[in-house]
Design a binder for this molecule. Structure first.
Ligand code: FAD
Length: 275
């Protein structure tokens, strides 16, 4: 397959999770990925877990892009994390705001991802290649799509080199987003984020939180499979493989797999689109 691919992991908490992750890295390495990325503070994962996982991937001679979210952190905390990455020769960052903590918490010195992108550029010049998040179906807290798009453009103007999208199952949302980028002179690569389907209950809960739409024709089929996990996985592989193929056909610059630290069904999808 000519289209580059990348994989995203979350830092494992327990020993068996670490063993599983090593297996994922080994298996995915065989597909010659462009890079692997590691989430930061997402879903309660520890921030030191990100560094440990990043160094483990780097040890295996694979390019790695740590995620970094600014919400709740001071500038000096963020700077020291970036210094640590630089001292380890890591030069790619996925720069995010992160999800706002509930309650009356201090949201930190940088309120949005564009502040973080500017901060990285001010302090590290062009050392880091910066990737940011993009939302073809709009971020769930946005007032409306174009308000959100205006803020996306701000991140690009602040110095982002590329973007990874929230996952979607309706390719038109991506096509329109790409058109909006062209109309607004945004010419960085917009890489589709790919979420495999393995568990309908989890997927619909997560999609509600992050504002990703599951088209009715997909959800009604998934719902009808009930506890028949094998059928859910088979159908999910078909749907997501077709989506990836369609994205390749419209020249998506690369595909970023939200691997969920699972070898399958990611590898099966990649096999399907490689033939
Ligand atoms: P922003 O770009 O700051 O946008 C957040 C909201 O604020 C949007 O509604 C936007 O419209 C609005 N906004 C943006 N800029 C401004 C501004 N200047 N003024 C006013 N409003 C503004 N979360 C984690 O915790 N850890 C991770 O590792 C992680 N990885 C992710 C990877 C990808 C590819 C994606 C798509 C998401 C990831 N997330 C992660 C989730 C992400 O942190 C959340 O979606 C978060 O709510 C928004 O982050 P952002 O960087 O998109 O924020």
């Amino acid at each position: 397959m000519n289209t580059p691919i990348s994989f995203e992991f979350f830092p494992p908490k327990y020993e068996n999770g670490k063993i599983n992750l090593l297996n994922c890295i080994t298996e995915f390495k065989k597909t010659n990925p462009e890079y692997m990325s590691v989430t930061f503070g997402a879903g309660g994962s520890t921030q030191s877990g990100t560094l440990d996982t990043v160094l483990e991937i780097q040890k295996q001679k694979i390019t790695v892009a740590p995620h970094l979210s600014c919400v709740g952190s001071s500038k000096s905390e963020i700077k020291s994390i970036l210094d640590e990455y630089k001292s380890n020769d890591i030069n790619q960052i996925v720069a995010l705001r992160g999800d706002l903590p509930s309650g009356n918490c201090d949201i930190g010195e940088m309120k949005n991802a564009n502040d973080l992108v500017s901060f990285i550029r001010e302090n590290f010049d062009d050392y880091f290649a910066i990737k940011v998040a993009a939302y073809p179906e709009a971020h769930p807290q946005a007032k409306n799509f174009y308000e959100d798009f205006k803020f996306f453009k701000q991140k690009v103007m602040a110095g982002a080199d590329s973007a990874i999208t929230q996952y979607f199952y309706n390719i038109d949302s991506y096509k329109y987003f790409i058109d909006d980028c062209a109309k607004n002179n945004i010419d960085i690569p917009i890489v589709p984020g790919i979420m495999p389907i393995t568990n309908y209950v989890q997927l619909s809960r997560f999609s509600n939180m992050c504002g990703a739409d599951i088209p009715r024709w997909i959800s009604s089929r998934l719902e009808s499979y009930g506890d028949d996990m094998a059928s859910i996985v088979d159908f999910g592989i078909d749907v997501v493989s077709q989506l990836c193929q369609d994205l390749i056909d419209i020249q998506a610059p690369s595909l970023h797999f939200y691997s969920m630290n699972k070898v399958e069904p990611n590898l099966q999808i990649i096999k399907n689109i490689s033939s």
